[in-house]
Structure formats: structure tokens, C-alpha cells
Design a protein around this ligand. Structure first.
Ligand SMILES: [Zn+2]
Ligand SMILES: [Zn+2]
Ligand SMILES: [Zn+2]
Length: 250
């Protein structure tokens, strides 16, 4: 980062950030700074973290973490008791701690890595987000048709595609879109606003996912740039076809 840009950040930090945003900056602030000095949000953040934030102050659980103190039962008191019981059981099973290799699949590669440390990796952003939601469900469907029968374990799931499949398989006579709509649980999910990579505060689950994905995408871009430079250097250094000076008069 060039020095006028550094000075700008320094000035801004002294004037505005020290008290309110310290030690974690909101993503809008970083984005705004990045736009003003025409650098990537990542480089702003790295610069601020390196220069202004003492090591060790960025931790995942802080006392004012808005997701701390969340309890499924508290946040979902409005649900009927039987529904709440099912929801609680389902969500707690999702949130259970998984071992570092739990999420690894036979083919397990790609830029996008699980932020809940289960080892899952994928090449597709869509699959990544869907996987994150297996740890922290954000939407739930409880099949209303199964619930109305004597079924002791009505179908409850956090994936829309799986729910639609359930309706198509088990309740063929119904319009699946209607069952989907009727079965959506008014669920208040847990959301930890702190980015697990840079500790920035995000505004919503959507914002969090977009932000984490941008880390992975920047990483891919950086890698591509490095490998392009390496290829170029290798070509310049070792080109065997360089003709040199051709002696035409010997
Ligand atoms: Zn995972
Ligand atoms: Zn059903
Ligand atoms: Zn981040």
C-alpha cells in the first residue's frame, strides 16, 4: 500500500475508529475505506490488523457477540411446544461438534472450505453455503402432512430441495409448492456475525456468506496471479528457443 493511502487509513483510525469500532471493524466501514483509497477490502483489513490492532485481541467469542446467549428455545418461544421440541433436537444435532475430518469426502477439494472445521471443501460456492447451513440451519421445513398423522417423527429438514423431494415421494397427490409454503417453520436461527477468517462484523447470514466467499475468491485470484507470474518468469529465464544473435556472415 502506498504511503498516502496508509496516511489516510491512519488518520481515519485516529479520528473515528479507535473508540467505537475497535477492535473489530464493520464490513461497511472497510468497504468504504477500500473504495476511497481504491484498494481491495482485504488489503485494508490486513493493513489495519497489522498496524493498529494488537495481536491477540481478535478472538471469535467476545462478550458483546450478538449471537452469544442465543438459545433455540428462547428465540423460538412462539412455536408450538411439539414443534419447538423437534426443532431443538434437529438444530442441536446439526450444531454438534464434528471432528476435523468429519466433512471430508472421497473427492474433497476446492477453494471453498467449511468454516466449522470439519474438513469439507468444495469448488462450488453454492454447495459451500449449503454445507455451512448443515452446521447452522437457517431455514426449516416441518412436513405438515406427516405431522397431522400419527407419525412420531414427522419429516423435518433444513434443505428446501430435500423437502420438495419428500413431498414428491410421500405425498404425490399434493401440490409440492403449497406443502412447502405451509410447512415452513417460523424459525429464528442462530447467527454469529463475526467473520471466522478476519473477525469483521457482518450484518446478516447472507452478508456473512458473501463476505467469507470473498476471502476465498481473493485467495484464488492471488494464487492465479502468482502462478501466472511464475510461468512468465520461467518462460523468460529458460526459453530454449531464444535464437540469440544469428551469425549470417560466417
Ligand atoms: Zn463443515
Ligand atoms: Zn410428509
Ligand atoms: Zn472476513
Amino acid at each position: 500500500m502506498a504511503s498516502p493511502q496508509e496516511q489516510f487509513i491512519q488518520q481515519w483510525f485516529e479520528n473515528f475508529a479507535q473508540e467505537e469500532a475497535y477492535p473489530v471493524l464493520a464490513s461497511e466501514t472497510v468497504n468504504a475505506l477500500a473504495t476511497i483509497i481504491q484498494r481491495s477490502p482485504q488489503s485494508v483489513l490486513e493493513y489495519v490488523n497489522r498496524n493498529f490492532i494488537p495481536t491477540g485481541t481478535i478472538t471469535r467469542s467476545r462478550p458483546n457477540d450478538s449471537s452469544s446467549g442465543y438459545s433455540i428455545a428462547e428465540a423460538n418461544r412462539h412455536l408450538p411446544p411439539e414443534t419447538l421440541q423437534l426443532v431443538e433436537k434437529y438444530v442441536m444435532a446439526c450444531q454438534r461438534h464434528r471432528t476435523p475430518n468429519d466433512g471430508r469426502r472421497r473427492v474433497n477439494n476446492g477453494t471453498y472450505r467449511c468454516t466449522y472445521a470439519c474438513g469439507y471443501r468444495t469448488k462450488r460456492a453454492y454447495d459451500w453455503r449449503r454445507h455451512e447451513e448443515t452446521h447452522e440451519p437457517q431455514e426449516l421445513w416441518l412436513c405438515l402432512l406427516c405431522s397431522q398423522t400419527d407419525d412420531q417423527s414427522p419429516f423435518l429438514v433444513n434443505r428446501k430441495d430435500k423437502f420438495i423431494k419428500h413431498v414428491k415421494d410421500s405425498h404425490k397427490e399434493w401440490d409440492y409448492e403449497r406443502v412447502l409454503e405451509m410447512s415452513k417453520v417460523k424459525f429464528n436461527p442462530k447467527f454469529d456475525p463475526v467473520c471466522p477468517i478476519c473477525a469483521i462484523i457482518t450484518a446478516s447470514w447472507d452478508d456473512r456468506c458473501r463476505h467469507v466467499l470473498s476471502h476465498y475468491e481473493n485467495e484464488t485470484m492471488r494464487k492465479a496471479k502468482t502462478s501466472m507470474n511464475e510461468t512468465r518468469t520461467a518462460a523468460l529465464m529458460g526459453s530454449p528457443k531464444c535464437p540469440g544473435r544469428i551469425n549470417t556472415w560466417s
